[in-house]
Design a protein around this ligand. Structure first.
Ligand code: GUN
Ligand code: ZN
Length: 433
């Protein structure tokens, strides 16, 4: 039993704040402390209260930096790390020209392992402590992903994509092999250490009805697994998908028809939706995932957060690397703010930081484990320097409130603002500062 005491400014959320004045929604301490033991947070509060309870514990003093729960990225493609920023097309061409050839490389376990190691380094460099990832169609890619996560003791969710049509042969499975491979991966990895499995039919275009049925069977057999797919990102995609399933009322109804729509389901993008689809999200508790940098990069459109929220839908937010252009959840909030601005919607900094921590944890059903700095949760923690660059320091000198400071961090911040990332209590970046 080794205790460690972290000292610094501390911010953690109890629920989604309405605005900066909604101070009951969060705890903010100028001189806070977290006592870590065996990967867990065992005390959290004012330094003057927590420190005397652990007089022997070594103290890592992060002041004046800000400690927060680690960031959670709810939609990212692990095999797309080397096609981020590939020029010049909207969704379907971009998939065919860049993504499918790139993902074919992940049939090779040694390649998948090499990229997994670098991918996880980049995640923690950006303050991301949990992600929900799509692997390629090959079991090898998921094996590499989960093995790397296990080695780092990270709470990671992922799954091999199921796809059996409308892509090159070297990235296709079959309904039976997709089912068998997914099942074997679930049995090996789901619930092993901190890992969770996401059943991952890529999207309706690349799965036959038979494969969708198999995905539905997997979901029924493993109700505690997440399910992830893509929905209504692009108008050509919608036309193609619905033409392949002529009996479906709309795009979302394709997935509904196979029993996939539950509160464990994450659907990336959800930009162009009918009222029926929005109502169906509300009824089933399924979660749209807002991917702002991706939606801007591919010219896909603007996610209507206010419409979803008004219907009672709980949205997640994510990078969607490699259509997304930054691993940084801060930059994701920056672009997200602007996407909402274009629609006359506001994203207050307090709500923004709640979203990438506790909000995404709630969507995943993991708020008892991650997303806050509460006692009894896992010690996944990010330490932020709001003055990380000269431009940020110049701006922050005039920030008068916490909300103002956080907003500038949300707009100007990126991996340079991440001083340290703790995974289950272990610092990931060199010597802590
Ligand atoms: N739709 C189906 N697959 C993908 C993907 O890999 N990226 C994005 N942005 N959309 C998709
Ligand atoms: Zn995606």
């Amino acid at each position: 039993m080794t205790d460690t005491l972290l000292r610094g400014r501390l911010l953690t959320f109890h629920r989604e704040p309405a605005d900066g004045e909604d101070t009951d929604a969060y705890t903010y301490l100028e001189d806070g402390a977290l006592l870590l033991r065996d990967g867990m947070i065992v005390a959290s509060g004012a330094f003057s209260d927590v420190a005397p309870t652990a007089p022997e514990a070594p103290v890592t003093d992060h002041r004046p930096h800000l400690m927060m729960a680690g960031f959670i990225d709810t939609h990212i493609h692990f095999p797309q790390a080397q096609v981020v920023a590939s020029w010049g097309a909207q969704l379907l061409d971009w998939l065919n020209d860049y993504v499918f050839p790139e993902e074919a490389r992940f049939a090779d376990l040694s390649h998948a392992k090499t990229i997994a190691s670098r991918f996880f380094d980049v995640l923690t460099d950006h303050g991301t402590t949990t992600a929900v990832a799509y692997c390629s169609v090959h079991s090898a890619s998921a094996e590499a992903y989960f093995a790397e996560a296990a080695q780092r003791n990270m709470r990671m969710i992922g799954g091999k994509v199921m796809m059996d049509r409308n892509a090159p042969d070297d990235v296709l499975d079959t309904p039976q092999s997709g089912y068998d491979d997914s099942k074997a991966l679930i049995e090996k990895w789901h619930g092993a250490g901190r890992a969770g499995y996401a059943i991952s039919p890529r999207f309706a275009i690349t799965s036959t009805p038979t494969q969708m049925e198999m995905a539905g069977a997997l979901a029924a057999e493993h109700p505690d697994c997440h399910i992830q797919t893509h929905l209504s990102e692009n108008l050509d995609e919608i036309a193609f998908a619905t033409s392949l399933y002529p009996d479906a009322k709309d795009y979302l109804h394709i997935y509904e028809g196979y029993g996939l729509l539950t509160d464990k389901m994450l659907l990336g993008h959800c930009i162009h939706l009918s009222d029926r689809e929005v109502a169906s999200f509300a009824e089933t508790g399924a979660h749209p995932v807002f991917c702002p940098t991706s939606n801007l990069f591919l010219g896909s459109g603007c996610f209507d957060d206010a419409r979803m929220r008004a219907a009672g839908v709980q949205n997640a937010i994510a990078t969607d690397i490699g259509a997304g252009t930054s691993y940084s959840m801060l930059q994701t909030l920056n672009e997200g703010y602007k996407v909402l601005q274009l629609q006359g919607q506001s994203l207050h900094a307090m709500r923004a930081f709640h979203w990438i921590t506790r909000g995404n944890a709630e969507v995943l059903g993991l708020v008892d484990k991650i997303g806050t700095l509460d006692v009894g949760t896992e010690a996944d923690i990010v330490v932020l320097d709001p003055k990380a660059t000269p431009a940020m320091a110049l701006r922050m000198d005039r920030a008068e409130t916490l909300a103002e400071e956080l907003f500038a961090l949300q707009i100007m911040g990126d991996d340079r603002a991440i001083v340290q990332t703790y995974i289950a209590g272990v610092p990931q970046k060199g010597q802590p500062t």
